[in-house]
Design a protein around this ligand. Structure first.
Ligand code: NAP
Length: 255
């Protein structure tokens, strides 16, 4: 018996990094999972086969969640694939450095729009599409994967921090709106986690020569965060152990 037996999850950006670990952890606890990806089909197929080995159902769906019609299609196809979705993890995202101009004084309106679309608009679109049918389930969970950046507001990343802050505002509001329907809405805010995104970001900023692991010694506990650290928090929030928890933000940054 797993803590999430019978639950049906949609994880956006489930093909790599943090999303991949969340998919694996939710399936390990008994959930069937829709794995959304954007471009890396091979990675999505690999984690899907891991889920199937666990004896759970896995569906992979390609969709650019930053495009409204794609996000709507993802929601519709996810519900059709699993019958209903009672766990939504809004994880897909891009870093400010991915668009190349991370400073406030250099980021263009289009850069800002791209970050807002990937994090805030996508999360809102998926909540708008998924939450109404979630009300029919005994319990629903929405987890937003935000970032410590939405509170620290460090330099080089204003578009990213603003997009994550908007995503969090949606979560805090939704938590109050849907509590009466037994839908729990929480935020997980990672620090620096060992993934492709973090690797690219620290290289872009010139913080390392070769690898993100050069930063391990200056990180809390002498190591970087692992995707599994985030996945554990998400699984906890969706479990019975968190049945009296909603509207919360858990920082998973070792500090
Ligand atoms: P990652 O390794 O770059 O993986 C990103 C995932 O999101 C991939 O599965 C990618 O799909 C998917 N994706 C990106 N844009 C998408 C789009 N428009 N539509 C659908 N899927 C999309 O990133 P990560 O580090 O795991 O980050 C995951 C989340 O954690 C992000 O929201 C990020 O902001 C947040 N976060 C990360 C860190 C960190 O240090 N890593 C810290 C704080 C917060 P493909 O495989 O198809 O490309």
């Amino acid at each position: 018996m797993g803590e999430l037996d019978g639950r049906k999850a949609l994880v956006t950006g489930g093909s790599r990094g943090i999303g991949r670990a969340i998919v694996y952890r939710l399936a390990s606890e008994g959930a069937d999972v829709v794995i959304n990806y954007h471009s890396n089909q091979k990675a999505a197929e690999e984690i899907a086969s891991e889920v199937i080995k666990l004896g759970r159902k896995a569906e992979i769906i390609m969709a650019d969640v930053s495009d409204q019609s794609e996000a709507e299609r993802l929601a519709t196809e996810s519900i059709a694939a699993l019958g209903n979705i009672d766990i939504l993890v809004n994880n897909a995202g891009i870093g400010a450095t991915a668009v190349g101009r991370p400073n406030v004084a250099t980021a263009t309106p289009d850069d800002f729009y791209r970050l807002m679309a990937a994090h805030a608009f996508a999360s809102h679109d998926l909540c708008r599409m998924i939450v109404p049918q979630m009300r029919e389930s005994t319990r629903g969970d929405v987890v937003m994967i935000s970032s410590i950046a939405a509170q620290s507001f460090g330099p080089t990343g204003g578009t990213y921090s603003a997009a994550k802050a908007a995503m969090e505002a949606v979560a805090y509001t939704l938590a109050k709106e849907e509590r009466a329907n037994n839908i729990h809405v929480n935020i997980v805010a990672p620090g620096l986690i060992e993934t492709d995104m973090a690797e690219d970001m620290v290289k872009f900023l010139g913080r390392v020569k070769d690898s993100i692991n050069e930063l391990a010694n200056e990180s809390p506990f002498g190591r970087l965060g692992y995707p599994e650290d985030i996945a554990g928090s998400v699984a906890f929030l969706c479990s019975e152990r968190a049945s009296y928890i909603t509207n919360q933000r858990i920082t998973v940054a070792g500090s």
